[in-house]
Design a protein around this ligand. Structure first.
Ligand code: FAD
Length: 523
């Protein structure tokens, strides 16, 4: 009782402090619940920047919660204070355009270590029912570590595992498994969410379903995810990982679409993962996403007959363990036999499943060792309707990009029926659409003009303009817009009306995730 009283007192002080903009040092005296409110420079500075390194906005303070109650108390403080203040959850801060920032408000650090993190609930695997309950700030790599102990793993992934559960569920969470299992937001059974009013709500398909669907892909606008119940499957032991090359774009997309359309087939008659990438310049065949084409697997691009100097790489995997080790070769052969790739370009490797899932982290370590990780990343992720992907190829890969890319370009199709239309995520209207991810890094020393931030940002603008001019109805994944009109256009009238209604219901003071710049709070 006494501690509740002290907590209430602390919150009143926070409200007064933030509301009246009293000396920030007063914030240091506050300690909410088991959490810690900090104005330490390292905390404030690290919460002002993200992976994109293109937008720097300082919060007034950073809050390290130890429990769902801490998160609820802080949001209630923001909601009930006269003027209100911005509150943004920050997972691993791997956004590109400041989406997890809270200008002049409080960033809640959901991920990371430290004293407060010790009290957060650890992952709880319920093997019999095939799920794991995890804290919203848990990183996917740690989710994997905990489920592996029970011989299980989540079904749907991102390519990179050092992202938080709350961060990817606020967007979609996609990788080469999405054609089959759907995005990560299609593989969640239940959530605990703290709404913009500070209410703690458990929601699922059956219970408080409006909030459940709103939050999935909801860009952090309706509440902070403090717990997610994630679907699991038995973990395979190994992965047969295959890459084949194409010089002809229509053969490449025909084959990708064919493999993607097999999602309803039995496991032995489809791949477990389908992705691909565009090779615009030879130097990038071993791009940072993976150094797959090793010296044991030499590939001479110049020796291949390319289409306008461009190659396309289809990347597929087949999971296996003791039960199907004898048949994996046949299954792969059966699936490859109808494809139309360059016959001499089959590259195969075989690695443990966990190494495959964690493949991008190895590349991260390499880039870090060369000081090439903490650089600006003007990434652009687009969902392109299947019917227009050839136009996109002509105008962008063979047009705007020239023959320099400064980063990997991923391209792979997904099935729209694997995306629940009740969620807040936005996809194109067609049954199948492509992810095109231009994952480029800017050169900070400015030695190569085609790799500068200005040049790459200008190319991104030209790509979006090209799509508008050609009426290619792309949707941005991890969207970033600056005007209300652009956001309405992104959602389309009906979905925007629903998104807006949900905002008014679950975060009426518009205090949450202001870094997305969708709603303008009036403080
Ligand atoms: P943050 O950047 O911390 O937050 C993102 C948004 O979510 C913010 O608006 C924030 O307020 C909100 N948010 C964070 N936590 C919560 C919560 N608990 N509840 C409610 N809202 C919350 N995406 C893919 O789909 N597939 C990929 O393969 C992929 N690979 C990537 C690889 C790298 C190297 C990087 C940098 C990004 C990649 N992404 C990928 C994008 C990534 O999924 C998103 O940027 C995601 O938001 C990052 O998670 P985070 O924990 O860093 O989120």
């Amino acid at each position: 009782m006494a501690s509740k009283f002290l907590l209430a007192l602390a919150i009143c002080k926070l409200i007064i402090t933030v509301g009246l903009n009293v000396e920030p040092t007063e914030l240091l005296q506050l300690s909410l619940g088991g959490g810690r409110l900090s104005r330490d420079r390292p905390d404030v500075e690290s919460s002002s920047l993200d992976f994109g390194m293109m937008s720097q906005v300082e919060p007034l303070a950073v809050y390290h919660p130890s429990s769902v109650d801490d998160v609820a108390w802080l949001i209630r403080a923001a909601y009930e204070s006269g003027r209100g203040f911005a509150v943004s959850a920050r997972g691993h801060g791997h956004s590109i355009n400041g989406q997890a920032q809270a200008a002049g408000g409080v960033v809640i650090k959901m991920s990371g270590t430290g004293p407060a993190a010790k009290s957060r609930p650890a992952p709880r695997v319920v093997a019999e029912e095939g799920y794991v309950d995890v804290w919203g700030g848990e990183l996917w790599i740690d989710v994997l570590r905990s489920t592996l102990e029970r011989g299980l793993a989540p079904k749907s992934w991102t390519d990179y595992l050092y992202l938080s559960v709350g961060g990817t569920l606020s967007n979609g969470g996609i990788s080469g498994q999405a054609f089959n299992h759907g995005p990560q937001i299609s593989n969640v059974y239940e959530l605990d969410v703290v709404t913009g009013k500070g209410d703690i709500v458990t929601c699922s398909e059956e219970k408080n379903s409006q909030l459940f669907h709103a939050v999935l892909g909801g860009l952090g606008q309706f509440g902070i995810i403090t717990r997610a119940r994630i679907a699991l499957e038995p973990v395979p032991q190994r992965v047969r990982w295959i890459r084949v090359l194409y010089s002809n774009f229509s053969s490449f997309t025909r084959d990708q679409e064919h493999l993607t359309s097999l999602h309803g087939e039995p496991a032995s008659k489809k791949f477990d993962y389908v992705e691909g990438f565009v090779i615009v310049d030879e130097g990038l065949i071993n791009n940072w996403r993976s150094s797959f084409f090793s010296s044991r697997n030499p590939v001479k691009i110049s020796s291949l007959d390319t289409d306008g100097g461009i190659l396309y790489c289809l990347e597929v995997t087949k999971n296996y363990d003791e039960s199907n080790a004898d048949t994996v070769d046949q299954e792969v052969e059966y699936l490859l036999k109808d494809l139309d790739f360059i016959p001499t370009s089959v590259f195969t490797t075989d690695i443990p499943y966990v190494d495959f899932l964690d493949r991008v982290h190895k590349a991260e370590l390499k880039l870090r060792s060369k000081n090439l990780w903490d650089v600006p990343h003007p990434w652009l992720n687009l969902f392109v309707p299947r019917s227009r992907i050839a136009d996109f190829d002509r105008g962008v890969f063979k047009g705007i990009l020239g023959n320099k890319t400064s980063g990997p370009i991923l391209i792979y199709p997904m099935n729209k029926n694997k995306w629940d239309q009740r969620s807040s995520a936005v996809t194109p209207e067609e049954d199948m659409f492509y992810l095109v991810a231009l994952l480029r890094s800017a050169n900070i020393d400015g030695t190569d003009a085609s790799w500068t931030l200005e040049h790459l940002a200008d190319q991104n603008r030209r790509i979006l303009k090209f799509c508008r001019d050609e009426r290619i109805e792309v949707k941005q994944y991890l969207p970033h817009y600056s005007t209300r009109e652009e956001w309405v256009d992104h959602f389309g009238d009906d979905r925007w009306a629903r998104f807006y209604r949900n905002k008014m219901e679950f975060d009426p003071k518009q205090i949450l995730s202001t870094g997305q710049r969708i709603f303008k709070p009036d403080f």
